[in-house]
Design a protein around this ligand. Structure first.
Ligand code: NDP
Length: 252
């Protein structure tokens, strides 16, 4: 956990960074924060209006001109991600990082009652989409001198918890995939793959998982950005295949 990390203002200068689920919650904060620290940010998500509002906020703050990439991870195939790699290469000629942040909660319900279609949907958005996107973008990432790929995990992806269904399994799969791919790129030097658990954070997803909770007791997305910046930037160079937390654990 690097919540006390103090990044230099130009931490990500010259870097091109893709953020998925950039329109809301933690992804929105990460996109704004990466842009504020010098990155050219590619905003990927399924609701274009939300991405446009992030785009406008980055421009108004004087950040490098971002790009909007509307995509629904639920229906996307490897071909879509390969086309995306060509588009990004033509537009930017480089890619220095991906924050795989988009995610679906599914339902909190006993496994016995879990709907198979919803299970597939959660696995598609949380696991298969990010995984094939990564495969398609690997050549661009490998060409960067210091590329960081961050997969978003959760406490229920490290220890199973009753009723968390596909979401928990998807985050376990994410952790497993991070270990596997990190091991494959271990000796490449320029490319690192890690997982990051944001911890309880004040967003719409947290609200739907814990409707009775007072959101004011939770850290905001903005408050957990130091770890997101550290893991995306050069100060985490050399860390590969590790599981990080963005904030200290809570008592509950
Ligand atoms: P939000 O629900 O607030 O935001 C999720 C983002 O993902 C939204 O921008 C959403 O787009 C996007 N998204 C969802 N489905 C798709 C899809 N099919 N295609 C493209 N984009 C999609 O969630 P959080 O910000 O809370 O969560 C961000 C990440 O952090 C997730 O991976 C989550 O699992 C993880 N996490 C969050 C915790 C928390 O306490 N908040 C705790 C542990 C982990 P749209 O806005 O258009 O719906």
């Amino acid at each position: 956990c690097k919540i006390d990390y103090a990044p230099p203002p130009d931490l990500l200068a010259g870097r091109v960074i893709l953020v998925t689920g950039a329109g809301d919650g933690i992804g929105r904060s990460a996109a704004l924060s990466y842009a504020r620290h010098g990155a050219t940010v590619i905003l990927l998500g399924r609701t274009t209006a939300k991405l446009e509002s992030v785009y406008d906020e980055i421009e108004a703050a004087g950040g490098a001109q971002p790009a909007i990439f509307p995509l629904n991870l639920e229906g996307a195939t490897l071909k879509d991600y390969q086309d995306m790699a060509v588009t990004l290469n033509n537009a930017f000629g480089r890619l220095d990082g991906i924050l795989h942040n988009a995610g679906l909660l599914g339902r909190i319900t006993p496994f016995e009652q879990y709907d198979p279609a919803l299970w597939e949907q959660v696995m598609q958005v949380n696991v298969n989409g990010p995984l094939w996107m990564t495969q398609a973008l690997l050549p661009l990432l490998r060409a960067s001198p210091d590329a960081s790929v961050i997969f978003t995990s959760s406490s229920v992806g490290r220890k199973g918890r009753a009723y968390w269904g596909a979401y928990s399994v998807s985050k376990f799969a994410t952790e497993g995939f991070v270990q596997l791919l990190a091991d494959e790129v271990e000796h490449e030097g320029g490319l690192r793959i890690n997982s990051l658990n944001p911890g309880a954070t004040r967003t719409a997803m947290r609200k739907s998982a814990y409707p009775g909770e007072d959101p004011m007791t939770l850290r905001t997305p903005e408050a957990i950005m130091p770890t997101y910046l550290w893991l995306m930037g050069p100060d985490s160079h050399g860390h590969n295949g590790e599981a990080f937390d963005a904030q200290p654990p809570r008592r509950t």
